[in-house]
Design a protein around this ligand. Sequence first.
Ligand code: MOS
Length: 750
Amino acid sequence: MPIQSKAVGLPLSRVEGPLKVTGGARYAAEYFQPGMLFGVVVPATIAAGQIASIDVSAAERFAGVVKIFTHENRPSTAYRDSKWKDQVALPGHPFRPLESDRILFDGQPVALVVAESFEAARDAATLVRVHYLPEESHTDLMRAIHTSYCPPIPRAKEMMPPPPRGNAQAAFDRATNRISADYRMDGEHHNPMELFATTVLLGDDGTLTIHDKTQGSQNSQDYVCNVFGLATETVVVRNAYVGGAFGQALRPKYQLFFAVMASLDLKRSMKVEMSRREMFYLTWRPSSFQTVSLAADREGHLQAIRHHAVHATSRYEDYQENVANWSGLAYRCDNVELSYEIVKLDVSTPGDMRAPGAATGVTALEAAMDELAYEVGIDPLELRLRNFVHRDQNQDKDLTSKALHACYREGAARFGWAGRSPEPGSMRDGVDLVGWGMATGLWEASMSPAEAKVQYCANGTVVVSAAASDIGTGTYTILGQIAAECFDLQIGDVTVRLGDSTLPKTGVEGGSWTAASSGSAVQAAAKAVIATLLKHAGELHNSPLARASADEVEVAEGRLVLEANHQVGVAISEIMATAGLSSIEESAEVGPDKALARKFAAYTHSAVFVEVKVDSELGVIRVTRVVSAVAAGRILNPKTARSQILGGIVMGLGMALHEEGMIDHRTGRIVNHNLAEYHIPAHADVEDLQVIFVDEDDDKASPIGVKGLGEIGIVGVAAAISNAIFHATGKRVRSFPITIDKILESEIRQ
Ligand code: MOS
């Protein structure tokens, strides 16, 4: 069904916006019940070792305290690791709160204090005395890098490097122009507005209604049922509104476990909300070290690419992401060698954070491409154009589409790239050195299995439902737009229900796949409703649609009509009245098309252009202008789509200049676990951001032509900023974030 007009493609404001700004949209921590209890966690203050003893006596005497859980009295739970593995678990042993006296990372919960009020629980938590037997901890990636290893069990086979092609070493040795550089990135920590929180409401019949901050209500439901041995029908998980997540909430976190554990044990409703500090202990983008070597001929044609990537993981799980493989598919090159290893440290398991792997890997590749452009002596954009490839050379597959040329062209034109003077330090604005840099971004365009239900009511309204999560991306709005389009309605006629484990099955919201997946499911369910309408229309006396097939009809202005001739048709109200129906409800399930996937690979692409101004005396860096041109297939809603890219750019800015998890490696403790000392971009850091969506028709990436936008916006941004800083200052900083001290370390080129 061609999606054309009234709703899809319009820059509509998000439908839940008014609820969010008036406080009407309730988040996981905002559900209350008289008599409910509150839990607060006591975090470990060592990174490795053992608990010798815990003294809870003072805390227990504190007014309002109901119970204190430690490893010594924790209720029994599932024994086998498999029961603890959520839908997106990693190879290794899933973390089990209060499992034993072992300490695996700084901030690990060692006790849960439950009290009649949050304040009592929080105060009493400070009275728990823990005596530790600390052991030597290792948290510095560079000091432990000699222990790196290739993950024995891949998280996904696509994350493992493809076999080498050609002979990168020989080609590198032969080449006239080459560079080799090391890139360091410190760990980054997720800081969504909403803290991890779980409210468990205990029903009279013993059922649990759980409001959880998660990217997948059914993932949390499965986890709770498996860990506590509960029947699926006794546990409902809701996440109707999520205050940002960015990958952090893909896997269940300990507050979910604690809230359910205490609720079952004490037979009371429970709430456990993490503090901002606790958030820092969990799920971070791992610190990484990468070496990229590039070789080209004198015209800049790539002769060899080598990319070796290493990042941190925990002692208990092998976190993995695709860091290096992008370097094998971004550009045409016959000699490629990619390698990937991880290092165990005394830290919590890292997790997916917006464009996991690409955010770091493409940054290294694109910074190296800039270095190569200077080595060859051609414009950085020209270098990319000379190595353009319309094929996935890693997998030896065609691409579903790649409108990256248009991104380069339109982005460069909007930015004014042609006016760039190539020499570093050659552009000035008073005391500021001006730098222009650019980078390419790419991310996967994938689909994951998703189901949706569409109900068409006789009064001309539609209800869409799915267990999909809207983590702030605009899913409510775009699904409403798709349904409105299918039935030729306004978006106000459509109600979208999401974030409830009782609704049609949907996987976690991640990987930028929700629009393509749930969107296609909604369209398929709407088509099924239309097919049912047609069947009933055929039963009408002298039906004008008696011989029409489902793909020949559509809905227009409340009538089921022939697509080819809208004069021929029947009013839907008449069809439904005659059939005696007040509503028609159909479900549909979609998933990746395996036959297409064997032949085609699908990616989103971007070209990012950045202007920085660097104070030549103080080294202060400002990102004054960013143009991001994105090719991501059909854009369902230019307004919510633009918001996704803006957010990605801002996170990229944080990655380039601000965000830096600092660990005191003597003790293994995170020292800047708060928003005062861990810097994220604030309003003053964000200046002129421009987003362009180039036209890209794609009939293979997903049934609705959508590729997804949640992650592409961050990819390449940090590289473009670092490249601009080089252009401004002549100084190549290969350690992220690029802070003032690193700029001042050597003299700025005047
Ligand atoms: Mo995304 S990092 O898969 O939520």
